[in-house]
Design a protein around this ligand. Structure first.
Ligand code: HEC
Length: 198
């Protein structure tokens, strides 16, 4: 027999009435719930009503999925910012990437999977301009091209690729374009200004 069974309940419990049931000789005091417990309980009920209206009825607060998506977006933006800060995204830096065969190859893969619909596989242009001539509407500098690919051209079919790609992929596809520019593939006629101001 353990010592536990002979332990008597604390003095205060003797004032409470006994519940009418009995199991195997065990009886139960009808203790009052402590005030702090009750108020926590009622508080939780009141809170849950407010919570329900805020999130589920009026939708004045972001839903779980929405909050999650916002957080992921913020984390991705922060990640991209850190990557961009660690990369040399100047004209010289982008030109240097265009001399790195592996980076250019990755850029070419991106170009062939994403950009061909409008610029064609050889870059000679269809819906989008010819990227192999010497004429550029948004500037011929590597940083100009980076900006167009990153931010897109508003109100045209050229969308911003910075968000889905992140800075590394944008830089690589930009580097690839630097390798095909001025290779003069026959295609869409030149648009914009000539690179060297001819
Ligand atoms: C849905 C069609 C479409 C897709 C896909 C597309 N572009 Fe474009 N792109 C355009 C159009 C249209 C323009 C011209 C925008 C304007 O009117 O200035 C353009 C312009 C450009 C320019 C600027 C050219 C200049 O003359 O200054 C570059 C660089 C470019 N695109 C690169 C890319 C890259 C890289 C991709 C793939 C990641 C891509 N584009 C995907 C339609 C597209």
């Amino acid at each position: 027999m353990s010592e536990m069974n002979s332990e008597r309940p604390a003095e205060e419990h003797y004032n409470a009435p006994l519940r009418p049931h009995e199991f195997d000789g065990i009886r139960e005091f009808d203790n009052k719930l402590p005030q702090w417990w009750l108020w926590t309980f009622f508080g939780a009920i009141i809170f849950s009503v407010g919570y329900w209206f805020h999130y589920e009825v009026f939708h004045t607060g972001p839903g779980q999925l929405q909050a999650y998506e916002t957080e992921v977006k913020e984390a991705e933006a922060e990640r991209d910012r850190l990557i961009a800060a660690s990369m040399d995204l100047t004209d010289e830096g982008l030109l240097k990437i265009s001399k790195d065969p592996e980076a250019v190859e990755r850029g070419r893969t991106t170009f062939l999977s994403t950009c061909v619909a409008c610029h064609l596989a050889d870059g000679s242009g269809s819906i989008g301009p010819n990227l192999t001539d010497k004429y550029w509407s948004h500037g011929a500098k590597p940083t100009d091209m980076y900006k167009v690919i990153d931010k897109g051209v508003p109100l045209t079919q050229m969308q911003a690729w910075g968000q889905p790609f992140g800075p590394k992929r944008v830089a690589e596809v930009c580097a690839y374009i630097l390798t095909i520019k001025a290779t003069n593939k026959k295609g869409r006629k030149p648009e914009g200004k000539p690179e060297d101001g001819e």
